[in-house]
Design a protein around this ligand. Sequence first.
Ligand SMILES: Cc1ncc(COP(=O)(O)O)c(C=O)c1O
Length: 432
Amino acid sequence: MIDLEKFLSRRGRAMHASAIRQVGDIGLAHADLISLAPGFPDPQLFAWDEFRAIADRLLSGSDGSILQYGATRGYQPLLDALPEILSHRGIRATNTEVIITTGSQQALDLCARVLTDPGDVVFVELPAYTGAMTAFGNARAQLVGVRQDEQGIDIADLDRLLVGKRADGRRAAIVYVVPNFQNPTGLLMNGSRRSELLAWALRRDVLIVEDDPYGALYFTDLTSRDETRPIKSQDNEGRVLYLSSFSKTVAPGFRVAWIAGPQPLIARLEVAKQSADLCSGTLDQRFVYEVWTSGALEAGLPRLRTAYQTKRSVMEQALRAELGNAATWVPPKGGFFLWATLPGIDTKALFGRALQHKVIYVPGSPFYVDHGGHDRIRLAFSAASPDQIRNGIRRLADALREEREATDPGRAEGARDGRHSAEETPASTADQ
Ligand SMILES: Cc1ncc(COP(=O)(O)O)c(C=O)c1O
């Protein structure tokens, strides 16, 4: 037997798999399972008719460039369209200040490789998107978790940590944030926190990596487009690398996303991309471009917002009915996720029992660089149907009762009481 480990680099050996991907694989392996785990868009909301018509046009065979290698920076007409797409979000950028990437996940990987050396500090929120944690972690950056409250990242904590790291002689110059409907918490950073963060970054000479895949999916019952204006829209000096994606608004299978930022950094990211994939899929980019120029993307957004808002409400109602006051959460104002606290429950331990009941979710702790969040749970309402959401939450409640009985029989009675009195449970108990 060959010792294959010896062929691995230190970097290769230290690489971590994504916790969300692992949970997603479990979902694929079990029939009849309700998955509230991965943040997939609802395939029923894809613009199938439009896609079919575009496929017919693109694959007629009359234009060979459609299946040819393309420029590393991206398909030029799509690059030329990005300034207009960005201007709808209040961002000014030219077509030389953007690059197409193979999903935002590649954008994160390129940022990690171009901006950090092993041991450099990258500040992330507590909790943070695990895909960013793996990208920066696999580049062997040191991830430092910063507290956040309902309004967003805690600037005082961030400053304290930065000063401490710099005093220790560490290179600490990157902060990664998801201000719009964060993965996993669904939180919307408020306007003043955004301005404060940018002002802080200028003062402390820090670069902000702003990741915004969900901003277009705001829920009009709780917020408005104005509140989703990216930090990048206030950035006059090139302090922000802005990442966004067509995954949640067109379809993730196309793997088309982009970065907007100062030209010299975009040029460096382009060089890193050359060795990653030469170019993003040409057909994918052409597809997305066609969806955009046809007007189908913009026209489809209200339908997406309404559909995901409805599912969010279905999940909240189911949680109130089934779990009573055994769960608390901040109502999501957009995006794909509901982030709940189940006081006194280890959600990793609960996972096995939930799987037996044929429902899965993502436990909280993988999202914390300090391994906290044991009683948190990320529930995606995006891909499941309303019926699946209701059934899934019912199964989760059954698993939770069993877990309580197994670990703390006294409290299990309370949980059961909570369920039986769910009709009378005021919305405000669970809506905190
Ligand atoms: C915050 C965040 N960033 C990046 C990504 C990656 O998206 P993409 O499909 O564009 O690679 C995701 C996917 O869920 C995400 O939630």
